[in-house]
Design a protein around this ligand. Structure first.
Ligand code: BJW
Length: 241
């Protein structure tokens, strides 16, 4: 990928995954430290798990909300926020992460496709509310005043990710697609590279390791996000910084 190629990029779609927050101190889902109380994420992040054992699922998300208070955005989050501020055409930042590190770094137009840890949702009205650090089935919902109606505002397996209409439109009209710190194991996000390629986009994967989608990407920058993302943003903004 050279400067000439980058000069043709106007609309850029960037997808981030758990790897971008790893160097802030948040565990990835499928890394060596990815288990929680010996459960895989696929056993906790489902509507069935919530129906079977709500206390366990509330505990999982309460612990992760607690953890968020002790971490900060890193150089990769900050570089993407700078890119959004300085890029003259369109940047679409899609995150699979439910942490708020992109927002805290200054990204404004973020599409959080798997929801947000800092929010909770009423199961009756579907209204979304700011979440306290801890809540569970005993808490009264702010809109319906009933206990047992609040769930984390996150997307579990089998549920429809958020903002899909907008994401599909942006992918159909992008010149470049960049995936950062995602294992490409969870759909529909794992299929975005194909949609972008069908639109004629150049594709770049940033990840220290190869992933199951690596062969679909045109370019690979191997290394941690805090090194590779600032390098990418420097290449994109060049003399405009
Ligand atoms: C670094 C780094 C550093 C480390 N720097 N990088 C069979 C076939 C195909 C699909 C399906 C199927 N059976 C079921 C499905 C669908 C299912 C699915 O994909 N299942 C798979 C397990 C196969 N998907 C769904 O159900 C989704 N809904 C859906 O499909 O609806 C229907 C639909 C149809 C058509 C269009 C649209 C929709 C919903 C998926 C919801 C996922 N939810 C979770 C939990 C969210 C809440 C929470 O956080 O608790 O989202 S699961 C979990 O995985 C979380 C993540 O966002 C997601 C992806 O994980 P991610 O980010 O890739 O993390 P890791 O840990 O896997 O990878 C980290 C990467 O970072 C690694 O590559 C490292 O190398 C790298 N890394 N250090 C850069 N320093």
């Amino acid at each position: 990928m050279d400067a000439l190629e980058i000069a043709d990029w106007h609309n850029i779609v960037i997808l981030t995954g758990a790897g971008i927050s790893a160097e802030s101190g948040l565990s990835t889902f499928r890394g060596a430290d990815g288990l929680w109380e010996n459960h895989r994420v696929e056993e906790v992040a489902t509507p069935e798990a919530f129906a079977r054992d709500p206390a366990m699922v509330y505990r999982f998300y309460n612990a992760r909300r607690q953890q968020l208070m002790n971490v900060s955005p890193n150089a990769a989050h900050r570089a993407l926020a700078e890119l959004e501020r300085c890029w003259s055409s369109q940047i679409t930042l899609i995150s699979q992460n439910v942490d708020d590190l992109h927002q805290r770094a200054g990204s404004k137009a973020l599409l959080s496709m798997h929801g947000e840890l800092a929010k909770m949702r009423c199961k009756s009205t579907e209204r979304v509310h700011d979440a306290p650090v801890n809540f569970d089935g005993a808490d009264l919902c702010p809109c319906c005043q009933l206990p047992g109606n609040l769930r984390p505002h996150v997307v579990w397996f089998g549920e429809m990710p958020l903002h899909m209409d907008e994401i599909t439109l942006r992918l159909a009209d992008c010149d470049a697609f960049i995936a950062i710190g995602t294992s490409a194991t969870v759909y529909p996000a794992a299929g975005f590279v194909s949609l972008a390629q069908a639109a004629g986009a150049v594709t770049l994967e940033i990840n220290p390791e190869p992933t199951s989608a690596s062969s679909q990407f045109d370019h690979h920058w191997r290394g941690p996000a805090t090194e590779q993302v600032p390098r990418l943003v420097a290449a994109l903004l060049g003399p405009h910084r």
